[in-house]
Design a protein around this ligand. Structure first.
Ligand code: SAM
Ligand code: ZN
Length: 352
């Protein structure tokens, strides 16, 4: 007999079709996000699980957030599995066996979810064309996005990055920037609802706004981050001329184009914090507390440069606040922080 896997409220058979138990936490987070989207949404939240494999995400979205799911996979075996899993869970839904790009060109959906092997780049254009209100995207090609595979980043995301101490923030901003830029040609502006980065994947949930005026405004939130070897970091939007000369006299590296705007809607994340518990509450709380600044510092990296022993991060944040600066921890790592302080003051605090 086929072995069944339980995840959330779903029970599914896998039988050789792709199913990654390591993405369970991601799907658990999604279900809280989806339930909250559903609360503020319409009667019928049509949701395309465009690269569905076993259908686990769409099935959970139906059972746990009352979405109206549609499923698609190019692989015939996956489609058979999805149909079997729908029956197992008592769900009736349309299942397509098509290339996701051609399906999204033919039909529009209220909410589209792109969860590919590796890079979502080849699906982004059609997903932006098709999504009426929400777009969710996973990327697992972290190296291309975060600057450790620079040429892959250029090929797939038309953006330049090298490895930096804030590389996963660069990665998630490169992904958001790509989606935001692809959407504007269809007179659509995107607005991140919530996004996060884990070691092996990035996940973004976006609201889509149909308006040429809003789409034009998006470029005020897209641009370049400059990083100088002396430690200074700054940014310019597409509506400004990038300043690459640092006040130390050296030329900075220019990363981008990247999304420079907010990574979430705080009012939305506040609700996620309220409705979650345990590990998920901790994740949402950290996101909620994080300042809206497009880069972060890594304490250990600064300490290496200064040849100083790292003080506790909470102490650094407290002392920055005592000097009147804004400061917070970040979702990206336990040793990173955000602040609007000048570098000299950050260094003074760290040296002690
Ligand atoms: C990473 S898996 C999806 C995992 C699934 N969403 C989950 O949560 O377990 C990617 C799936 O995309 C399918 N796929 C790959 N290229 C496709 C395409 N061009 N159109 C439709 N499906 C495709 C593969 O057959 C595979 O089942
Ligand atoms: Zn400098």
């Amino acid at each position: 007999m086929t072995e069944l896997i339980s995840e959330g409220r779903a029970r599914i058979a896998v039988d050789g079709v792709f199913y990654n138990p390591r993405m369970r936490l991601c799907r658990d987070i999604d279900m809280i996000v989806f339930s909250e989207l559903r609360k503020s949404g319409v009667n019928r939240h049509s949701y395309l699980d465009a690269l569905a494999a076993t259908g686990i995400r769409g099935i959970r979205a139906c059972l746990e957030a009352e979405f109206t799911p549609f499923f698609n996979d190019v692989d015939r075996k996956a489609v058979e599995m999805i149909k079997q899993n729908l029956q197992l869970n008592g769900i009736e839904a349309e299942v397509f066996n098509r290339d996701a790009v051609s399906l999204m060109r033919d039909r529009s959906f209220f909410h589209i979810d792109i969860d590919p092997f590796g890079s979502p780049a080849q699906f982004v254009d059609a997903a932006c064309y098709s999504a009426r209100r929400f777009l969710s995207v996973t990327a697992t090609d972290i190296a291309a996005l975060c600057g450790s595979a620079t040429v892959s980043g250029l090929r797939k995301y038309s953006a330049y990055a090298i490895k930096t101490p804030f590389m996963h923030e660069v990665g998630i901003r490169m992904l958001l920037g790509k989606v935001a830029r692809e959407a504007t040609k269809y007179d659509k502006a995107v607005q991140p609802v919530v996004s996060w980065a884990k070691e092996h994947y990035y996940r973004i949930h976006l609201r889509v706004i149909f308006s040429s005026k809003e789409a034009g405004k998006v470029y005020g939130k897209i641009g370049y981050i400059m990083q100088c070897g002396c430690g200074r970091i700054w940014w310019n939007s597409m509506y400004e001329t990038p300043e690459t000369l640092c006040s130390c006299g050296e030329k900075a590296v220019m990363l981008g184009p990247l999304w420079l705007g907010e990574l979430e809607r705080k009012d939305f994340v506040e609700k996620l914090v309220e409705r979650s518990e345990g590990k998920l509450k901790d994740i949402f709380s950290r996101i909620y507390e994080e300042l809206n600044i497009p880069f972060h510092y890594d304490l250990h990296n600064i300490c290496r440069r200064l040849r100083a022993a790292p003080p506790p991060i909470e102490k650094v944040i407290r002392e920055l606040r005592e000097l009147g600066y804004a400061a917070s921890r970040t979702r990206f790592s336990g040793t990173s922080f955000k602040t609007d302080a000048i570098l000299e003051d950050i260094e003074k605090i760290i040296i002690g």
